[in-house]
Design a protein around this ligand. Structure first.
Ligand code: ADP
Length: 450
């Protein structure tokens, strides 16, 4: 079962990593292809605007027919531009020939080119900011300059002209004149276009990570449950075996003649059976606290007397040197809570404080009234082995035991703190753990005063 869960987790993680990798590569490729496509479309829009401007100039001056006579290139050019995919270089060459023939007697109109460029760009649906200049390299002059910054959606960053790409369209073969188009990058527009896709991929990644987390939790619970079953079985077997042996001794060896031996055996048996009953009760209490039908019987509790009882009990049962201090402020502090469960909660914390202190236990129980917030705070501190930060949330989970706990041969089932947290929360309180490995822990919980 655990094995299959781990295998499943591994397989699933692998699938997610591969899927995300493939998706990532595809997204990057799609982004760069779309970007290159838009860059090409903008260059084409400029070239087309220039060509349209030449034709418009010629037609406006009503010299179109003459042009066809005097400029043989024009017919070829018109023919080429009507073809599906004319050679770009050839078109540009013809365009330059037209410029050379026409510009000397019909003045070039960069304003027309600009308005044609604007309408060509509008087809691409890009609110693109750009600067168009007509440069004369021979004279070192800017013959025309126009800047456009159309309204853009608020979520797009302002155009950055520092790193603006530029398109240069030479108007003659000697490269003396050219249109230079400086414009913002199309990258933000491509990203915006891909937003639904990116969101979908993000959602897929989040789902994958969520599922992985669930599987990890499942594997952890399985391991914890396995440990719990092993520990509890061991714990149950011991008293049963001892009680059984005592009874067998009574039956098989005829101890009727020795009443003191008979009594000793019966007492051993009773002790083991009581231990067994306490164990079963402990597990059942945790189970009950986790059911919807679990109800608290609130009553007025004198905190000092409750903590004194706990102090006495632990002084008696501690199997190691123990220093235990109890401090209640004010000494007559009272609280409305379930007495049995509150007793169990503090007792569990003190039990742990003793259990997880190596050779000598130094434990302090403090209770005080938090007047401002109308609650009573309890803090149980020890100078024991402490808990590493990565386990501080997990210790409150059912069946969880800090792995090193086993090395110190401490018995337990990982149920105590789960029960403690449940009871505190059912009272409307909260519990917190502060701990430094090797230096000790403090469990602090607060309950509403009434
Ligand atoms: P357990 O029966 O194992 O003690 P708990 O739920 O009471 O179960 O505690 C969970 C784990 O938290 C323990 O196994 C132990 O590793 C750790 N722990 C609890 N209290 C302390 C403490 N005071 N000092 C160090 N470790 C502790």
């Amino acid at each position: 079962m655990i094995f299959s869960s781990r295998r499943l987790l591994l397989l699933f993680s692998l699938c997610i990593v591969v899927m995300q990798g493939v998706l990532g590569v595809w997204l990057v490729r799609h982004f760069s292809q779309r970007r290159a496509q838009l860059d090409r479309d903008i260059t084409t829009a400029l070239e087309a605007a220039d060509l349209q401007e030449i034709l418009r100039r010629a037609l406006n001056e009503r010299v179109g027919t003459n042009l066809l006579l005097y400029l043989p290139a024009t017919t070829e050019l018109l023919e080429i531009t009507h073809r599906q995919s004319p050679s770009r270089e050839l078109t540009l060459e013809l365009q330059r020939t037209l410029h050379a023939s026409l510009d000397s007697w019909l003045t070039i109109s960069p304003a027309t080119t600009d308005s044609l460029l604007q309408s060509n760009l509008s087809v691409l649906h890009l609110p693109l900011s750009y600067e168009l200049r007509l440069l004369d390299f021979d004279r070192g002059e800017t013959l025309h300059r126009v800047y456009h910054c159309p309204p853009r959606p608020f979520y797009l960053p302002p155009p950055n002209f520092q790193t603006a790409p530029a398109d240069t369209l030479y108007l003659d073969s000697e490269r003396l004149q050219a249109y230079v188009l400086r414009r913002e990058s199309v990258a933000p527009f491509v990203l915006l276009e891909m937003l639904p896709l990116l969101l979908l991929c993000g959602a897929l990644a989040a789902t994958g990570v969520g599922l992985m987390w669930l599987l990890m939790r499942r594997a952890e619970t399985e391991i914890a449950l396995r440990d719990f079953t092993r520990n509890i079985t061991h714990e149950l077997k011991t008293p049963i075996a001892v009680a059984l042996a005592a009874h067998e001794a009574i039956i098989d060896f005829g101890v009727d003649a020795d009443p003191s031996r008979l009594r000793r055996l019966l007492e051993t048996s009773r002790r083991q059976l009581r231990h067994l009953a306490a164990l079963v009760e402990q597990v059942l209490a945790v189970h009950r606290s986790d059911t919807a039908s679990f109800v608290l019987c609130r009553e007025r509790i004198e905190v000092h007397s409750l903590l004194s009882r706990i102090e006495d009990e632990h002084r008696l049962k501690a199997g190691k040197p123990l220093t235990l201090r109890v401090e209640v402020t004010p000494p007559d502090l009272v609280l409305l809570a379930d007495a049995t469960h509150l007793y169990n909660v503090v007792s569990n914390l003190v039990d742990n404080a003793v259990k997880y202190s190596l050779s000598q236990a130094d434990v302090e129980i403090r209770a005080y009234r938090d007047v401002g917030r109308g609650r009573v705070v309890f803090a149980v501190s020890d100078r024991g082995m402490g808990i590493a930060a990565r386990h501080r949330r997990a210790v409150f989970r059912r069946f969880f035991r800090v792995p090193q706990g086993d090395c110190h041969d401490t018995r337990g089932y990982g149920l105590g703190l789960f029960y403690v947290r449940r009871v505190v929360e059912l009272h409307g309180g909260r519990i917190r753990l502060d701990s430094t490995p090797g230096r000790g822990s403090t469990f602090t919980f607060w309950l509403p005063e009434s």
